[in-house]
Ligand binder design. Structure first.
Ligand code: URA
Length: 282
């Protein structure tokens, strides 16, 4: 057999990664051309991917149905953030857990007056088990710093605690299943302000179909289950989007100024030497 061309193999792997194929989702490769041929011939047995047999109950659940009801019941039983974290880590009703390396629960200060809620962990977050620690997270840190905030003064989480393989968009069933957990997290933290980073998070939590371009920059007083009073909530552009579309940082900066003004109105935050610096650093 000829020696493999390592440079070509490395280039092929890079190409896969650039296209979002950066996870092994089954223990054995599946030759899909063989599957297609077999389906047109006699019923030859094609081995099912190992993953499909490991957690059949999660994949078989209807979108958001039973799994979501189970998540809600368990989440509502959590009296503290620690209890909720243990429940999320032990939850078996979302198939995303199967391909994720880590459960990514939250980061920052659980007593913070401000909560930031993103979409789902990316590759770096999945590896390290913490939300927003990859390139988008670094931009989020700079955005927060521009209005005097950091991870000691905000609490950060996502609507999904597990990374969708290859960073694909989470589907409606996965979002519905995991929503009770993030809603309970909001109820337990009881923040004074909530920032929803990106359209997926804004649509899921506000229960709307409007896109982020229309939602961003508009405060809504949103009723989170378990909280007596509505919480001022602001959808903002997702930092990953801002990395791809830096021209949109102008709008993002306006939104951050609006957050700073709200903070001042509510007497939150450092002010003084930490007051808005005027720009979001690249
Ligand atoms: N994008 C998100 O929405 N959340 C993360 O934690 C990382 C990237």
């Amino acid at each position: 057999m000829p020696e493999p061309d390592l440079q070509q193999l490395a280039a092929l792997l890079r190409w896969y990664e650039d296209n979002g194929v950066d996870e092994i989702s089954a223990d054995a490769p599946v030759d899909h051309t063989a599957v297609r041929k077999a389906s047109t011939q006699a019923p030859a047995r094609v081995p099912a991917p190992a993953q499909a047999t490991r957690r059949p109950q999660a994949a078989a659940l209807p979108p958001g149905g039973e799994a979501s009801a189970d998540a809600r019941k368990q989440a509502d039983g959590a009296r503290t953030l620690e209890e909720l974290e243990a429940i999320v880590r032990g939850f078996e009703g979302c198939a995303l857990k199967e391909t994720a390396t880590n459960t990514v629960f939250s980061d920052g200060n659980p007593k913070a007056a401000i909560m930031v809620i993103g979409e789902a962990p990316g590759a770096e977050e999945d590896r390290r088990g913490k939300p927003f620690v990859g390139p988008a997270g670094q931009l989020l840190d700079r955005m927060l710093a521009s209005i005097g905030l950091d991870r000691t003064t905000v609490h950060i989480t996502n609507i999904l605690p597990w990374r969708p393989p290859g960073n694909r968009q989470p589907n409606a069933g996965e979002i519905a299943t995991c929503l009770p957990f993030v809603e309970r997290q909001v109820a337990l933290i009881a923040p004074k302000l909530v920032l929803l980073a990106g359209g997926t998070s804004a649509k899921a939590l506000l229960g709307t179909t409007e896109g982020i371009t229309r939602l961003r920059g508009r405060w809504v007083d949103h009723h989170y289950p378990g909280l007596a009073a509505p919480t001022p909530t602001l959808p903002i552009y997702h930092p990953a989007y801002l990395l791809r579309q830096p021209a949109m940082k102008r709008d993002a900066w306006r939104d951050l100024l609006s957050v700073a003004a709200r903070m001042e109105g509510l007497g939150i935050g450092p002010g003084g030497e930490n007051s808005p610096s005027g720009t979001i650093a690249d």
